[in-house]
Design a protein around this ligand. Structure first.
Ligand SMILES: NC(=O)c1ccc[n+]([C@@H]2O[C@H](COP(=O)([O-])OP(=O)(O)OC[C@H]3O[C@@H](n4cnc5c(N)ncnc54)[C@H](OP(=O)(O)O)[C@@H]3O)[C@@H](O)[C@H]2O)c1
Length: 313
């Protein structure tokens, strides 16, 4: 790993495989690892285009041959499992066992370790992959993440046409900034193992928020009078299907909204890993305001400087 001396006293530059590298968390992980001068290889289904500091390898996370090729020469892997079925992971983990890299797996804080069955299919698959990693003897570093702030990107289409976000209500939870999660992932990949806990690390934001509170904070950042309208299950299902989400995912999201318990558990694990406090959702909203539709000119409230909403990249 990073502080291992290489040949002739040179420092070993760690090589890290990133899965899910085009996703909300993965993109942030890649940027941080590149900034930390690691060799980054990403297993992607489609190459996002040339980037000199990253090695894209086109393949599928569920294909053992693709994963074998991607793992060649890697010291560590950032693993996500973005499927609703854990069973294909078994063959993939066998590939990891062959090369025994350090494994950092992104899981879910919603796992209840004392429950024989998890609250919903999304949490269930995370718990099953954790169990498979243990069974395989991979000694993973498990980072369990709370609900990601970046899920709010799913509201963009609605906010183009209305000030209302309508959808299934979800229980209150300490939403976590995906950039903080990525910092934690980079720390887990690169910190000498002896300095890490056995885990799992529980990565949470600093305050438990309802969906309505999140929408309210986004509205404040955008200077728009946004509100959340919880939809009954049937309407929520119809809305998500119309949006083009696949049926199994829609059912899993409905189950999550109706069966997952609220959480007010806030931990310092993120700070322990990254050395900095967790970012609030209000800050996330301000810093991502440019990704959301601006207020219509007639609605915009001029500020003392004559500007619109805060728009930082
Ligand atoms: N969202 C949450 O609130 C939350 C909470 C706790 C834990 N997590 C965990 O965090 C993970 C990452 O979240 P995210 O928001 O970054 O996800 P995301 O934005 O949906 O990204 C998923 C990534 O996985 C890739 N992918 C999907 N299927 C693949 C396959 N068969 N082979 C290769 N790559 C594949 C996607 O690639 P394409 O670009 O090709 O689609 C994309 O890069 C989730 O999968 C989940 O396990 C999420």
């Amino acid at each position: 790993m990073p502080d291992t001396p290489g040949p002739a006293g040179s420092r070993h530059r760690p090589s890290i495989l990133v899965t899910g590298a085009t996703g909300n968390v993965g993109r942030e992980v890649v940027d941080r690892l590149v900034a930390l001068d690691t060799h980054v290889r990403c297993l992607v289904r489609r190459s996002p285009g040339p980037r000199p500091d990253v090695d894209w390898l086109v393949g599928d996370l569920t294909d053992p041959a693709d994963v074998r090729a991607a793992l060649h020469g890697m010291d560590a892997v950032f693993l996500i499992w973005p499927l609703l079925d854990a069973s294909p992971a078994r063959k993939i983990l066998a590939e990891l066992v062959r090369t025994s890299p350090r494994v950092v797996y992104l899981s879910s804080t919603a796992i209840d370790d004392s429950a024989p069955q998890q609250s919903d299919p999304i949490v269930q698959v995370h718990a099953e992959v954790e169990a498979l990693l243990d069974e395989a003897g991979l000694d993973p570093i498990v980072l369990r993440s709370d609900t990601l702030a970046s899920n709010a990107r799913g509201w963009v289409a609605q906010l183009r046409v209305t000030d209302e976000v309508a959808g299934p209500d979800v229980p209150r939870t300490p939403v976590v900034d995906e950039r903080d999660v990525a910092r934690a992932v980079a720390a887990a990949l690169l910190t000498p193992r002896a300095h890490l806990d056995d885990g799992p690390y529980l990565l949470t934001g600093p305050e438990a928020l309802t969906r309505a509170e999140q929408v309210g904070r986004l509205g404040a950042a955008l200077q728009r009078p946004l509100r959340f309208r919880p939809l009954p299950v049937d309407q929520a299902r119809a809305r998500m299907l119309t949006d083009g989400r696949p049926q199994p995912l829609v059912e899993a999201l409905i189950a999550a909204s109706t069966q997952r318990p609220a959480s007010t558990r806030i931990t310092d694990h993120l700070q322990r890993l990254t050395g900095r406090p967790a970012t609030t959702f209000a800050t996330w909203a301000i810093e991502h305001a440019a990704e959301f539709p601006a207020p219509a000119p007639s609605r915009a409230t001029p500020t003392a400087r004559g500007g619109g909403p805060a728009r930082r990249r």
